[in-house]
Design a binder for this molecule. Structure first.
Ligand code: SF4
Ligand code: SF4
Length: 477
């Protein structure tokens, strides 16, 4: 039996993951949020009331939430599909177990059976302790990856339940430090990393020189153009840590000779509002949409970032629309330019690379952005140098990296490593069987999480973007 298959031999260990608790939000960050977490902290009684009021509002306004809370038959088909359950064996980390934490409260306050028969009907009174120890702890152990929904016969999407639980928690004054800190930086500076405009300008100057040194090409890297057909918005991590991916975007855009620009005001495509509240998601997206309108962009192209793609694809039009431009991910864009014959490659430049692809959860399950990145890799790598992982770890069944959903924070590092194990074991198989040495991960969160995961589980691969390889193989003549 392979190490991957071994992981599924689990035995429930109640309370095993109770110690992994995200740090609470700081007041300085809450102060700049569009959604205000109440301060001073509400009394215990008030917290319970605020949570229930919001839950009531959400179950009424989002039919899917109420439906998912009603229709689970507890068949258990989802249990071993969650990376955090596999990693911790805590039944409250099984999707059905996690949802049950909220379902008990829903039953108690919003169903006749729960109101009349309480615990006999599977209902539970909401107490301040339950808010902290059950709801806050376990709904911040879900990466909203949605793998469970693929295996549920009813299509129950636990990520939707998590999103509702987090919104209601936030109303009661419970939010995480990491998520609120990141969102506050976007509102005040423009991006998750808090890179101000002068630093961004310096970085782009360095990148321009690097491109000249590495590829012998003079490129334009426009920032804050007054008018442009394309607004390109990357995850800010690409400006600092994933510079090879950034170089890939820049080379492609220069090669095509398009009218494009980066923006210092809208310098972040990631949208942590998806992990927190619709209001924040709308406010973060509004920065990009404002700039796109101002410059008359016909297209907004997003860099390699999974959840940003989902936030834009599924929520921009609904929350911020109607939009006067079209949106696409850079993977869709580059693949379409290859199909049109406008980009040519010399795959021998990547002869030392044998790659596999990690499908980011949101590309795979919030749409179907899985073929484009494979198509690109097959064009930029020598024939036979792209190897897919096992079928139950890719595409719609891809396992999460273990750091999505706003959980890429150090205080739960042990949990992150446990959650990353299924992906690590799937990668290990292709490393050992086929000599894979590169894990292409077209998402900024993956690029931060997977190198740690691979190191932790002793899987010797380099983790990088897809456009890193595009840059190396792109022909200029
Ligand atoms: S698979 Fe669906 S119906 Fe079955 S326990 Fe899980 S959430 Fe409930
Ligand atoms: S959405 Fe992902 S992390 Fe959350 S319960 Fe489902 S499988 Fe687990």
């Amino acid at each position: 039996m392979s190490e991957f298959d071994e992981m599924f031999k689990t035995s429930p260990k109640p309370g095993n993951a109770a110690k992994y608790v995200c740090h609470k939000a700081l007041q300085k960050d809450i102060d700049v949020l569009k959604t205000k977490v109440p301060f001073p902290e509400p009394s215990d009684e008030e917290k319970v009331g605020l949570f229930l009021r919001k839950l009531n509002e959400l179950r009424r306004s989002r039919r899917s939430v109420q439906l998912f809370l009603d229709i689970c038959v507890r068949c258990g088909a989802c249990v071993k599909q969650c990376h955090y359950y596999l990693g911790t064996e805590d039944p409250k980390n099984a999707p059905v177990g996690r949802a049950e934490i909220l379902r008990k409260i829903y039953r108690r306050y919003f169903t006749i059976g729960g109101k009349l028969f309480g615990k006999l009907a599977g209902a539970e009174d909401l107490t301040p302790e339950y808010l902290e120890k059950e709801l806050y702890t376990y709904f911040y152990q879900c990466t909203e990856c949605r793998r469970c929904s693929v295996f549920c016969p009813y299509g129950i999407d636990t990520a939707e339940i998590t999103m509702a639980a987090r919104e209601a928690l936030e109303e009661a004054g419970l939010a995480t430090k990491y998520i609120t800190e990141v969102i506050a930086k976007v509102h005040t500076i423009g991006n998750n990393l808090g890179i101000p405009k002068p630093a961004l300008e310096n970085t782009l100057e360095f990148v321009k020189d690097d491109i000249k040194d590495m590829y012998g090409v003079d490129v334009e890297i426009p920032l804050d153009k007054e008018k442009a057909d394309i607004l390109f918005v990357a995850p800010s991590a690409d400006f600092f840590t994933n510079v090879d991916t950034l170089i890939g975007y820049i080379l492609v855009l220069n090669k095509l000779g398009l009218d494009w620009t980066f923006s210092s005001y809208a310098s972040e495509i990631a949208n942590f509002g998806l992990f927190f509240s619709y209001r924040e998601m709308e406010a973060i997206a509004a920065r990009i949409i404002r700039v796109a309108r101002q410059i008359g962009a016909k297209w907004v192209i997003a860099g390699e970032c999974g959840h940003a793609w989902r936030a834009a694809r599924q929520f921009w039009e609904q929350l911020n629309g109607p939009l006067p431009f079209k949106f696409m991910n850079v993977g869709e864009f580059t693949a379409s330019m290859i199909r049109k014959g406008r980009l040519k490659f010399d795959p021998s430049k990547n002869a030392d690379v044998k790659a596999t692809l990690h499908d980011p959860c949101n590309y795979a399950r919030a749409g179907n952005l899985v073929d484009e990145y494979r198509f690109i890799l097959k064009h930029v790598l020598p024939e036979g140098n792209f190897i897919d992982m096992r079928e139950d770890a890719i595409k719609v069944k891809t396992f999460c990296c273990g750091g999505g959903g706003g959980l890429l924070t150090d205080e739960i590092m042990e949990l992150r490593m446990l959650g990353g194990k299924p992906k690590a074991m799937a990668v290990k198989e292709v490393v050992e069987k086929h000599g894979v040495n590169y894990l292409a991960a077209p998402c900024a969160i993956d690029k931060a999480q997977l190198p740690l995961v691979m190191k932790h589980w002793n899987v010797p691969v380099q983790v990088g973007g897809v456009h890193d390889l595009v840059a190396k193989a792109l022909k200029w003549e």
